[in-house]
Write a protein that binds this ligand. Structure first.
Ligand SMILES: *Cc1c(COP(=O)(O)O)cnc(C)c1O
Length: 472
């Protein structure tokens, strides 16, 4: 330990920021990062050093190389937080933390087209006058779902908020106790109802709700009968719920709008690909829902948005609500949605064209060649062992929760005293582009369902690098 007076004196020998920034090491960093960012980090290092000097924990000569090592580490950590493409090797198709639906190529092109320059977003090219926002989206959705009208907002949470805020603010919303769900990330249906300015009226019991329960709940204050698709959980056993058609009939009898929050947003029957039945938006409209809301980036496979469908009069009131202005999406979202919906017009090629549907429709058998290819490439690398396994994947995004997708896993782990499985997973995440896998049973597990053919090489490079790290 040094004396406090020595510590004060030692401060004079601290490296000077402007001198450090002239050094060779700084020049290398400045070539990759903006000057103010490097400056901030160098200052922070010197400040930390100053504290250590004052505490008598550090004294000259100071190690300038160590300063730059720390700065470089910090800048790399910051870089890791930048939003960028990542390889999804989790097999979870609608991975909310990884950006949900990858867009179809046509949608990507549509985004690029409007992003770089101007567009006819609200311009009627036939007349040169101001036009509606959203191009053909309304027509496409009317044709695909049978709904009278459509309105697009930023996500399904916004759709529910706008729909309830328009139809039910100041009044009651009746909903079954079995449908008061939390969707994820703390988003709860009861909170959305409250936020919309409506009062929540709970109907029936958690496991059983009958039509008579709704009848009892209806008062002069009731504005909406709400049915929520309990996307991410299932009540099994001694259960009963009122189906949408029966609820819609009740709504008509009492002159009350019936709203259906479908969440997952299937536009087409998934059973043809061997997937479980999911109610489609078209069926909800056919069953008599006056308003239906869905996510654009779940089973639909489009950009993040919320789609409101239903009676022209009600949807028109929502469009006129000042809240809509705060919730409406930008040109890139609308362009991507329109392009995605156009793909739905060709049912034959749908599973090829929409990546979400393509990935969900793949069987274990047709995933096996890609899994083999990945495994064979990894098996050539030194220091690790690999194996091929039958596994179970998930749709994700709260969709089809009770349906594991039969899949093929490629598993990797170190031989001898190589990196642990957790360390291996962390190194893959630090790769550029990052590769995100799973850890299970002491293996790093890669599910090829969500891996594109051209990403197999990226994974191999990331694993090679992960095993090479620290050896040089
Ligand atoms: C996912 C979901 C939502 C929220 O949708 P976002 O598009 O994520 O805002 C709301 N309701 C249900 C039933 C859902 O499944």
């Amino acid at each position: 330990m040094t004396q406090p007076s020595d510590n004060q004196a030692n401060l004079r020998h601290l490296p000077k920021v402007h001198v450090l920034l002239e050094s060779e090491a700084a020049r290398a960093l400045l070539a990759e990062h903006p000057r103010p960012v490097v400056l901030d980090e160098v200052r922070a290092e010197i400040d930390a050093l100053r504290q250590r000097v004052l505490a008598g924990e550090s004294a000259p000569p100071f190690d300038e190389e160590a300063i730059f090592r720390h700065v470089r580490k910090k800048l790399e950590a910051t870089d890791l937080r930048r939003i960028r493409r990542a390889v999804n090797a989790t097999g979870i198709v609608i991975h909310t933390n990884m950006g949900r639906a990858p867009l179809a190529e046509a949608a990507v092109q549509a985004v690029v087209g409007v992003a770089r320059g101007y567009s006819n977003l609200e311009l009627d090219l036939a007349t040169g006058r101001r036009g509606g926002r959203g191009g053909q989206i309304g027509e496409l959705l009317r044709r695909l779902t049978g709904a009278e009208a459509a309105l697009i907002v930023n996500n399904n949470a916004a759709a529910a908020l706008l729909a309830l805020g328009t139809l039910a603010a100041g009044g009651d919303v009746a909903i079954s106790r079995g449908e008061l769900v939390e969707i994820g990330g703390g988003f709860r249906i009861p909170d959305v109802i409250r936020q919309s300015g409506a009062r929540l009226v709970e109907v029936g019991a958690t496991n059983k709700t009958r039509l008579s329960d709704y009848v009892q709940a209806i008062t002069p204050d009731t504005r909406v009968l709400l049915k929520v698709h309990t996307s991410n959980y299932r009540i099994v056993g001694f259960t009963e719920e009122v189906d949408l058609a029966a609820l819609a009939a009740l709504g008509r009898e009492y002159g009350l709008p019936v709203m259906n929050d479908l969440g997952s947003g299937a536009l087409t029957d998934l059973t043809r690909w061997g997937l479980p039945y999911e109610p489609t938006v078209g069926e909800a409209i056919k069953s008599g829902a006056d308003v239906a809301t869905v996510s654009g980036d779940k089973l639909l496979g489009g950009p993040q948005c919320g789609i409101i469908l239903g009676r022209a009069e009600m949807v028109g009131r929502m469009a006129a609500n000042p809240l809509y202005r705060a919730l409406r999406p930008d040109k890139m979202t609308l362009a991507a949605l329109e392009a995605t919906l156009r793909l739905y017009e060709d049912e034959e090629r749908l599973a090829e064209a929409v990546p979400t549907l393509h990935m969900l429709s793949r069987t274990r058998e047709n995933l096996t060649p890609r899994a083999r290819r990945l495994r064979n490439a990894l098996a050539k690398l030194p220091g690790l062992e690999t194996r091929l396994r039958d596994g179970a994947g998930y749709t994700g995004g709260g969709a089809l929760p009770a349906h594991p997708l039969p899949t093929k896993w490629v598993q990797v782990r170190s031989l001898g005293d190589g990196p642990s499985v957790d360390e291996l997973a962390a190194r893959l995440r630090r790769h550029d582009p990052p590769v995100v896998g799973m850890v299970s049973d002491g293996w790093l597990t890669l599910d090829v369902r969500t891996v594109r053919g051209d990403e197999v090489g990226v994974i191999v490079a990331a694993v090679r690098e992960a095993f090479g790290e620290g050896k040089a």
